[in-house]
Design a protein around this ligand. Structure first.
Ligand code: COA
Ligand code: AMP
Length: 633
């Protein structure tokens, strides 16, 4: 197919109202919108104001009503429990309606917040859609976060109810969730009225009398709930993501713009249609899981795969190929780190040859920079187009991509291709001027953002403006730095803030520094993201102890590692803490984190002119080399 990308992109820029109004025709509205684009309260732009719809209706009921009742909507595949379970659209709708009835029985109504802290089980997806069905606002918290992180989200979202499970399963380890939940509620100032706990056979959780209910008991006698119409601008969910401090940002997603953008993305970006099988190998705790395990595939009428397993170890690096063959997957979306993990264990791709991958058409990668080696390896071994695309929690759907549905453009390794229709992507300098091709700058999106992107932060309009709109007036700050080439291809090179990407998971080094700094023996500290063959980046912490501390460095390092695991969670993958005598600083006292990162990665660096004492860099290099870093490349 000849690419029609340029024409479609131009139309989205010249007539956004017409463009998005046409896309909105694919959604069922209880009442059509009054205005496609509402700029009555800048910079808080809204889409489809006056429109009324229900997202769950569009994801489930509409397909049951239009002939897809018996088609599989969701396939749960869990090698860690040895389970494969399919739900048709009719079955999933009925499960969701019953769960929504359970929520209503527990007093949950439109606008109430419900936190979902659950592993990758069907009940978690059912719970998300059940909230959407009655207009409650869900906030899913990733299972790899510890009590303290969950507590921060409880305090910000102030949920009436928390839905959780007795445990998660990580490869072959049972991870009890309930103690983490109980710990979080104890830490939080806000106390939810009720918790409903799914007891999994691998681990039974003790319940707190008067507060906790078992899932089955709570569900018993619940009457199926109808869809509650909500305003297009009402929140569908809040998803917390790492900011530059320890306080996570509550990204708000609306109902109308989200449904329109996500449905548009399935055909046009992913080139996938109703009846096809789409698999996002991510977790419902991340935005990829929200958008491309739950909402977008179902809005499109696809079968979506819910995978409780890893790319390797469950049981081997052929897991992805087994699923693709067994469920007839047409498109797979995952993070490059998953492919690096597979490539490491099966460099020849021998596991691929054992499975029938004939229905598999396209591989999509996102979540972190896709290194050309991984891209080429996947292309060579799979023999299908491998599409890198770039987006973030805040946008909810891709900002730059090779839009397969509009005709694939030539792939350039290292680039997620071009701006997606709807996004006016700019590369700006410090004075907010557009930079010419080839020059690295701050990547921003000229306002307004297209439908589906965050309208604000939860209960924090000022924080939204300060975090995203203040730096480049009239633009949204993505926080990424990069450039555009002569052909308009975008290249995302690094973050401009202290966010790092560990195995596709977005984490704040600032948050880790806060944890290290709270250790009684620590005087000052710095955390930097260091290159890692599989995870892309891993955090490494440097600490200087207070005068007079005479305990062994090894003991302190162990305590710090444990503290980060306890306060942020295992997902932080914080496994290296190094006690040093001093940290390298500028004369004005600014810690030279960038230089430390370069040393750790074995890259050449320019001695900063303002460095206070260059000898410290030698000490840092020695310390890193002892840990296996700072190898000259
Ligand atoms: N609940 C509890 N603990 C969890 C968890 C969850 N839902 N998810 C991860 N963890 C734990 C892991 O068990 C591990 O703990 P450990 O330090 O005790 O071993 C730690 O958090 C780090 O997990 P992870 O990042 O998954 O690393 P890993 O070494 O277990 O696996 C990969 C590495 C590359 C295989 C894995 O990160 C992966 O599949 N990544 C795909 C990325 C992805 O889905 N990104 C989402 C955006 S697309
Ligand atoms: P998250 O909000 O967790 O999805 O993380 C978003 C961040 O991940 C982006 O701001 C980028 O820094 C990074 N990222 C996501 N996709 C890509 C990509 N395709 N290329 C480079 N970086 C990416």
């Amino acid at each position: 197919m000849r690419s029609v990308y340029e024409g479609v992109y131009a139309r989205s820029m010249q007539d956004p109202d017409g463009f998005w109004a046409a896309a909105a025709e694919a959604i069922h509205w209880e009442k059509r919108w009054d205005r496609v684009f509402d700029d009555s309260r800048p910079p808080f732009y809204r889409w489809f104001t006056g429109g009324v719809l229900n997202t769950c209706y569009n994801a489930l009921d509409v397909h049951v009503d239009r002939g897809r009742a018996k088609q599989k909507a969701l396939v749960y595949d869990s090698p860690v429990t040895g389970t494969v379970q399919a739900f048709t659209f009719a079955e999933l709708r009925d499960e969701v309606a019953r769960c929504a009835g359970m929520l209503q029985k527990l007093g949950i109504a439109k606008g109430d917040r419900v936190i979902i802290y659950m592993p990758m089980v069907p009940e978690a997806v059912v719970a998300m859609l059940a909230c959407a069905r009655i207009g409650a606002i869900h906030s899913v918290v990733f299972g790899g976060f510890a009590s303290n992180e969950l507590a921060k989200r409880i305090d910000d979202a102030r949920p009436k109810l928390i839905l959780s499970a007795s445990c998660g399963i990580e490869v072959n380890r049972v991870i009890p969730y309930k103690p983490l939940l109980d710990g979080a509620i104890e830490l939080a100032r806000h106390k939810p009225g009720r918790c409903v706990i799914l007891q999994r056979p691998q681990e039974r959780a003790p319940l707190v009398a008067g507060r906790d209910l078992e899932w089955g008991d709570a569900l018993a006698g619940a009457r199926p709930a109808d869809c509650v119409p909500v305003a297009a601008t009402d929140p569908l969910y809040i998803l917390y993501t790492s900011g530059t401090t320890g306080v996570p940002k509550g990204v708000v997603r609306d109902n109308g713009g989200h449904a329109v953008a996500l449905k548009w993305s399935m055909a046009n970006i992913y080139g996938v249609g109703a009846g096809e099988v789409y698999w996002a190998a991510s977790d419902i705790g991340w935005v990829v899981g929200h958008s491309y395990i739950v909402y977008a595939p179902l809005l499109e009428g696809c079968t979506s795969i819910l995978y409780e397993g890893k790319p390797v170890g469950t049981p081997d690096p052929g897991a992805f190929w087994r699923l693709i063959a067994q469920h007839g997957v047409n498109a797979l979306f995952t993070a490059p780190t998953a492919f690096r993990a597979i490539k490491k264990e099966d460099p020849q791709g021998t596991h691929m040859t054992r499975h029938d991958l004939s229905r598999f058409r396209t591989l999509f990668l996102a979540g972190e920079r896709c290194d050309p080696d991984t891209l080429h390896w996947a292309e060579d071994k799979l023999g299908v187009p491998v599409i890198d695309h770039w987006w973030q929690t805040e946008t909810g759907w891709p900002i730059a991509a090779n839009c397969v549905g509009l005709g694939t453009l030539p792939v350039k390794a290292g680039s997620p291709t071009k701006a997606v229709p709807g996004y006016d992507v700019r590369v700006l300098d410090e004075a907010n001027a557009d930079l010419p091709a080839g020059q690295i700058g701050s990547i921003a999106i000229k306002l307004p953002l297209p439908p589906g992107c965050l309208p604000t932060l939860w209960n924090n309009d000022a924080g939204y403006e300060a975090s995203y709109l203040a730096k480049h007036p009239g633009h949204y700050l993505t926080g990424d730095a990069g450039y555009r080439d002569e052909d308009g291809y975008v290249y995302i090179m690094s973050r401009v803030d202290d966010i790092i990407n560990v195995a596709g998971h977005r984490l704040s080094t600032g948050a880790m520094e806060e944890v290290l700094a709270s250790h009684p023996d620590v005087a000052e500290c710095a955390v930097v993201g260091v290159a890692d063959d599989v995870k892309g980046e891993v955090p490494v912490g440097f600490v200087v102890t207070k005068a007079g501390v005479e305990r062994g460095d090894g003991d302190i390092a162990r305590e710090l590692i444990e503290k980060v695991r306890e306060q942020i969670g295992p997902v932080a993958a914080f496994k290296t803490a190094i006690v040093v005598k001093r940290l390298p600083k500028t004369r004005s006292g600014k810690i030279l984190r960038g230089t430390m990162k370069k040393i750790a990665d074995g890259q050449e660096y320019v001695l900063p002119a303002t460095i206070d004492d260059p000898a410290i860099l030698g000490e840092i290099t020695d310390a890193l080399q002892q840990k296996g870093y700072a190898k000259t490349r």
